[in-house]
Design a protein around this ligand. Structure first.
Ligand SMILES: Cc1cc2nc3c(=O)[nH]c(=O)nc-3n(C[C@H](O)[C@H](O)[C@H](O)COP(=O)(O)OP(=O)(O)OC[C@H]3O[C@@H](n4cnc5c(N)ncnc54)[C@H](O)[C@@H]3O)c2cc1C
Length: 378
């Protein structure tokens, strides 16, 4: 396998890196974190560059890239500002691609051009109070009424719900287990929906919410894809989300390492830069090795996905390694910066707080190890 970037891929990566370095300096990411404000203008600007349109064809405002291109862009977003990358991941790669793959023409026309333009946000509502890792045990119900569906239930950790243009909801339409689930496109303004923010440790500009559905009436055409087929779509979208999650945390981990390296060259103790001490040098060298491994695993998973090959195990491997590497590199960065890492003046604490969710979200790393072990052991 040759992972040399084509001239187009290298240009995409470089233009993403240069654009974000200009538009999302550390001061902006810090302010967004401290004020818990999502940078809508920046997100819309990315739409003008065609990034949100990568998975879509021109007729839906898309720019026609593939999973590998997406991974390159998400890595750069993760480098600049993890919550921006997370929003891109959920709206475009998890939800937008599901609408692309199973939506009716009307649903695609309604949402894909706006997603491509960066003017629509989609929130993903799968997790419930008693359906976490056991995602197929969803209890939220969608009952057929005369002319549509009535939804009742509660969703947890629905990220971006409070700014969503539409919520992609997984609800039970049939019997127990994975065969009784369907997906709906839900207008968050529909009567009977209550959205409450959950204060949290990291990813603070991109709010995570509890969403209550109390006798929420939806039209018949809110159903996305075939009734009772949601599990199949969910497995495919979670797989893609894991590759993107790996790319995002690879970017954040690289940002943490670059910051720690620059600090180690500048900070002097005992009359020399701390980067001359072997204890610091080895910590940084180990982080560099682990990030290189994470990049190889991520690019391999993205390449398999882009080429229509089975990427399940590769996606889980990339997700496990990249997300845990990101947490460890940011933790090492805290040690390299010493006491200053603990102040808000330096971004290391934010890299760490933003990193800590990713071994948990998109299917915990314990579940990823179960997937890998199942392929190994049956
Ligand atoms: C900030 C944040 C954002 C999120 N965003 C969204 C979102 O937008 N949409 C959405 O639907 N969900 C979202 N989630 C939910 C997330 O996907 C779940 O938290 C995750 O799937 C784990 O579920 P749980 O928290 O209920 O943990 P549990 O399933 O209760 O797991 C608890 C522990 O048990 C372990 N465990 C459980 N089952 C097994 C098993 N079979 N084998 C080994 N270990 C096991 C887990 O790995 C974990 O360590 C978000 C969560 C957070 C914190």
């Amino acid at each position: 396998m040759d992972f040399t970037l084509s001239p187009e891929q290298a240009a995409l990566r470089d233009s993403a890196r240069d654009y974000l370095a200009k538009k999302v300096p550390l001061s902006l990411a810090r302010e967004a974190d401290e004020t818990e404000t999502f940078p809508n203008e920046i997100y819309r600007g990315l739409g003008d560059l065609g990034w949100q349109g990568l998975p879509f064809t021109e007729e839906y405002g898309g720019s026609g890239g593939d999973a590998f291109d997406e991974a390159l862009v998400v890595e750069q977003l993760g480098y600049a500002m993890t919550p921006l990358a997370a929003c891109f991941l959920v709206t475009v790669l998890t939800c937008g691609k599901t609408i692309r793959d199973v939506g009716t023409e009307a649903q695609k026309q309604a949402w894909l051009p706006a997603i491509s333009a960066g003017t629509a946000y989609v929130s993903y509502a799968l997790t419930e109070p008693s359906a976490g890792s056991d995602a197929a045990s969803v209890r939220t119900t969608a009952r057929k009424t005369g002319d549509g569906w009535r939804i009742n239930g509660q969703k947890m950790f629905c990220t971006g719900a409070d700014m969503a243009s539409v919520i992609l909801l997984i609800a039970r339409t049939g019997g127990p287990g994975r065969d009784g689930l369907s997906i709906f496109l839900v207008d968050p303004e529909t009567p009977g929906i209550t959205i409450q923010r959950m204060p949290k440790l990291g990813l603070r500009p991109y709010h995570t919410c509890v969403v209550f559905f109390d006798d929420v009436d939806l039209p018949a055409d809110a159903l996305l894809g075939t009734e009772n087929e949601a599990w199949r779509y969910t497995v495919a979208s979670l797989n893609r989300e894991r590759i993107a999650c790996a790319a995002m945390t690879l970017g954040t981990g690289q940002a943490a390492l670059d910051y720690a390296v620059a600090y180690a060259k500048e900070r002097e103790q005992f009359g020399v830069p701390i980067g001359s001490f072997q204890a610091i040098r080895h910590r940084l060298a180990n982080a560099h090795v682990r990030l290189r491994q994470a990049r190889l695993l991520t690019h391999r998973a993205a390449w398999l996905e882009a080429n229509g090959l089975s990427s399940t195990r590769a996606a889980s491997m990339a997700k496990v390694w990249a997300t845990e590497t990101c947490v460890d590199v940011a933790g090492d960065g805290m040690r390299v910066l010493g006491g200053y890492s603990y102040t808000m003046e330096h971004p290391m604490q934010r890299y760490l707080r933003d990193a800590l969710i990713h071994p948990i979200g998109a299917g915990t790393n314990e579940i990823q190890r179960n997937i890998i072990a199942k392929e190994l052991l049956g």
